[in-house]
Unconditional design. Sequence first.
Length: 217
Amino acid sequence: MFDAGAREWKRFDAYVSEPAHPIPYRHRPIERTYDPRGSHWSPWMTEDQRFVDSRPDVLVWQTPPLTEAVTVAGSIAAKLFASTSGTDADWIVKLIDVYPDSIPERPRMGGYELMVVGEIMRGRYYKGWDNPRPIPANAVTPFTVDLHQQAYTFEPGHRIMVQVQSTWFPVHDRNPQTFVPNIFEARAGDFRAQTHRIYRTAQYPSHLELDVLPGTR
């Protein structure tokens, strides 16, 4: 359904991921999880994702406004062909429903970016969850980000957006981006900024795999 190869003139999109400045999972200031004074933990997954889509370390692709409803149902997976200048990386993928710019009856929802589903894949497990290993530096490598199952309808006039990033703090601990046997024992010097690339060519077609119900596209 969504193909990152829509702009064929360019082989890849790139960004620099800096562990010292991770992407937050929601608006700052972020209080402690389950803070008794009134935590915002429970609704964070429906928070407007516009607060990060202009960051230089977040890649964004979206469709034109839909002319008819599109219903996805079943398993969703992101198939990424990516490279990193380091030897480890996290890949966070978000599937987002972008509302029309203007909604007269609900003006606060104009342009809202609702995360339908989002998930992380720790790159060191690209050969299997029982086989962590360094990612070959600067080599195009296939990764699968399992977004699990979902049933959702994107309404006419809405856009389908995909965001890719490599930090999601503090929902997920920071990846040093240099391979270490135990990430929880990484030293300060192991945390390094690295350049990540997502490829989108005929040879390396990064894309989403999902099922669309008949008659809804």
